[in-house]
Design a protein around this ligand. Structure first.
Ligand code: GLN
Ligand code: ZN
Length: 768
């Protein structure tokens, strides 16, 4: 039996890579210094895994920005706009220009597109393909890193995205071809890479083909068969570990099992049932191994050794120990680095800490599991095993986790709890009467600029350099100035500006029971950007109102309506590490009830308009289409529970950022928010078509300007967009607002843009 790791975090346990990259981009350190920083991280990671006793240690899992972009460079799929740069610049600068765009020395090129890596919060750089796409070996990073590890005596298993998934991850940049048809042009470069690796005596290579977990066309499936047979024909001695993760093989199982590879890696966290499917199918060839992904690579919980050992033993009983590898479910780049660095006992108490494992600890878990499963260590005499059992038992009963009141409340939810008192048509009449808003009412999405100053107040407050009173005073002044600005500008529905919030999820998590925070639990989101998701460890409840004070304060300053501002249950869930001891839907429902209480309290405090942001609804969609309905069912219900505690004349808004709505428009309508605001301007209102075609019945605010850019749009531009919108949506359903919150913008451009926006709304009203 062996241990097999699929990838280790490359950001460094103290975010060394982030720091070095940003210094390099700012011109403060040299390319050599950045390259050294990368090398140091790689060597550290390899040594750590070797010392822990990992047998198959990955290389080429390191990246200065993104592993997909690395491969794009390796196979020379460099879009034409960078060709000039490719001639004159260093390959590192070319690489970063592709990742981030570049404006220097008279060169001006935009970045390649970025999108989410499957259903994770990691973003990759999307390969761009043309009809006559040429591929050539352009970068030997994969070979160099293998040699680099060899030089310190560690023979690694290079990791590469497989050719089929690589093509499917990309986009066609012109008409008239399908990217999967580029396989014949691409394969020779893979062969070249494999030849070079073989010349270095590589024994194993990991090819990641996560698309095997998705719904594929016959052609795509057949391409897998063709590709892996050819690889096997040319490299019969190379041991290919074919890695699938994030879901089951599903209907691709038979195709997959027929591929001539050395080892299949299975994600048994996301799909534990596929082990039985495979063992019972009898379709696994006699000499093929299974890498069992039993340790969750995407969450922070300590493994349950008893449960994992059962799975491993099931496999060894059929296949024998020699054909089994123990592994994390996927690459550990989705885990924070090292739990040992969490030394803040106040937020992460010792009791909670004993339930957790980050990447470094997960490595130990796979090694221990192998030792136990192969009887190298007898569990009866193992303190590690004992500790694991105790921690998992403790989790099942801990008072920190289990709150019977919350459980009873969830169990007692009735059919009426997720329904407003009346239908939208009736509510609308009460709201028109109560709110008295003009046609094309103007509003913003919530946040106003989070200036360096505002952030410095929070930092000082946290360090104890400002008292609560001083801090609140500063926030009050900023809020008041923002209210005055909105009044002067003539905005109809005002917001308080969210100055008291660090982040739209963290702010709520800090006030809810069942949440905690890490000091150093960073995970790469894209490039040098890392996120530190809250940890939901227990039943969620809301001990006290969370936002009422600020909304009430803002409302006290003005006769205009203040819109209360909340983050919705699905988004809070989606952007946190979620407990694995109950279904996500259950946790989401608990959060929904907490938000519902907040909504009701806001209403009691005189807030008549309340926005519940759900920008993450779409990204929560499962990978396989057949699972969509179940997810949408509980997600929409959670939103409705959070929104349905109020009277008819209280207006509930929701907000969603850039996402396609076509295939989920019915579900969005089912959310039944009185008003939805969506990011729309970059698509020139195209995203609105889904709502128009559907005859979306409620009110809708299509964003009229892009908040990601400092550019100030003119009122004419916005009028054009609004005219486009009025052509497809009845005017009495339309609102006027920016695409999203303004927290990343400067005041100067914000003021100018909003003045233009109000002018645009006035022009639209005058024209009706
Ligand atoms: N209310 C939040 C804001 O304005 C919404 C942010 C978001 O949609 N991501 O910042
Ligand atoms: Zn948004």
């Amino acid at each position: 039996m062996k241990t097999n790791n699929l990838g280790y975090p490359r950001i460094g346990s103290n975010r060394e890579l982030k720091k070095a990259s940003e210094l390099y981009w700012a011109g403060k350190i040299s390319a050599d210094e950045l390259i050294d920083a990368g090398k140091e991280i790689r060597l550290k990671n390899w040594k750590l895994q070797a010392e822990a006793g990992v047998d198959l240690i990955p290389s080429n899992d390191f990246s200065f920005y993104d592993q997909v972009l690395d491969l794009t460079l390796a196979v020379g799929a460099i879009p034409t706009r960078y060709h000039e740069m490719a001639k004159s610049n260093s390959s590192l600068d070319l690489y970063f220009a592709m990742a981030r765009g570049s404006q220097k020395d008279g060169q001006d090129v935009v970045a390649m597109e970025m999108t989410k890596w499957f259903d994770t919060n990691y973003h990759y750089i999307v390969p761009e393909f043309t009809k006559n796409q040429k591929f050539e070996l352009f970068s030997e990073k994969i070979i160099n890193e293998f040699k680099e590890a060899n030089a310190i005596g560690i023979k690694t298993k290079p990791v590469l995205i497989g050719p089929v998934s690589y093509l499917l991850l990309g986009k066609e940049k012109e008409e008239g071809f399908e990217r999967i048809d580029l396989i014949d042009a691409l394969l020779p470069v893979y062969f070249e890479i494999l030849e070079k690796l073989q010349a270095e005596n590589t024994e194993y290579i990991q090819l990641d083909e996560p698309f095997l977990a998705l719904n594929l066309s016959d052609k795509e499936r057949n391409t897998f068969t063709k590709v892996y047979n050819e690889i096997n024909k040319r490299f019969p001695k190379l041991k290919v570990v074919l890695a699938n993760y994030f879901d089951c093989f599903g209907e691709n199982l038979e195709t997959a099992l027929a591929l001539p590879v050395d080892t299949f890696h299975l994600d048994l966290v996301r799909c534990p049932s596929q082990l039985d499917d495979i063992l019972e199918s009898g379709k696994l060839a006699a000499n093929v191994n299974l890498s069992l992904g039993v340790v969750d690579g995407r969450n922070i919980w300590k493994n349950d050794f008893q449960k994992s050992l059962k799975l491993i033993q099931k496999a060894t009983a059929v296949l024998g120990e020699n054909r089994i590898l123990v592994a994390p479910s996927c690459s550990l780049i989705h885990s924070p680095c090292d739990l040992d660095l969490e030394t803040n006992d106040q937020t992460l108490t010792p009791e909670i800490k004993q339930w957790l494992a980050f990447a470094k600890q997960k490595i130990n878990e796979i090694v221990l599991l192998k030792k136990f499963a192969s009887k190298e260590v007898d569990v009866k005499f193992s303190a590690d095993y004992e500790r694991n059992v105790v921690a998992n038992d403790n989790r099942k009963t801990s008072k920190l986790i289990h709150n019977n009141e919350v459980k009873a409340r969830v169990a007692g939810i009735t059919a009426s709890d997720d329904k407003r008192k009346s239908t939208f048509a009736t509510r609308r009449k009460s709201q028109i009467e109560a709110l008295n808003l003009p046609l094309f009412p103007t509003t913003t999405i919530g946040s106003f600029p989070q200036t360096a100053e505002v952030r410095s107040w929070r930092a000082k407050f946290k360090k104890g350099e400002l008292t609560t009173e001083q801090y609140n005073d500063l926030i009050e002044k900023e809020t008041e100035a923002t209210i005055r600005f909105q009044e002067e500008t003539g905005i109809d529905v005002l917001v308080h500006g969210e100055f008291e919030r660090n982040d739209m999820v963290e702010y709520f998590g800090e006030q809810l029971s069942g949440f905690t925070f890490t000091k150093n639990g960073w995970v790469q989101s894209y490039g040098s950007r890392c996120v530190k998701p809250p940890v939901i460890y227990g039943d969620v409840s809301r001990p006290n109102p969370m936002t009422v004070k600020w909304s009430k304060y803002a409302q006290s300053l003005t006769p205009k309506w203040i819109k209360g501002m909340l983050t919705g249950p699905v988004t809070i869930l989606q952007w946190s590490f979620v407990r694995n001891d109950q279904p996500r839907s259950e946790t989401c429902t608990q959060i929904a009830l907490a938000i519902r209480d907040e909504v009701v309290d806001l209403e009691k405090a005189g807030i008549k308009i309340i926005q519940i942001d759900e920008p993450a609804i779409r990204e929560g969609l499962p990978l396989r289409k057949e699972e969509w309905a179940a997810y949408l069912d509980w997600a929409v219900k959670a939103f409705r529970i959070s929104a349905s505690g109020v009277e008819d004349d209280t207006q509930i808004h929701t907000h969603m950022c850039y996402s396609e709505f076509n295939d989920i428009i019915q579900n969005i309508a089912d959310m039944d928010a009185d008003v939805i605001t969506i990011e729309c301007s970059r698509s020139q209102m195209e995203l609105l078509d889904a709502f128009a075609d559907f005859k979306y019945p409620n009110e809708i605010g299509p964003g009229v300007y892009d908040i990601h850019s400092p550019r100030v749009p003119s009122s004419e531009e916005m009028v054009k967009l609004l005219e486009k919108a009025s052509a497809v949506i009845p005017v009495d359903q339309l609102w006027v607002n920016p695409d999203c919150g303004l927290k990343t913008r400067h005041w100067d451009e914000t003021k100018k843009a909003l003045i233009e926006m109000v002018a645009a709304a006035q022009e639209m009203r005058a024209a009706v």
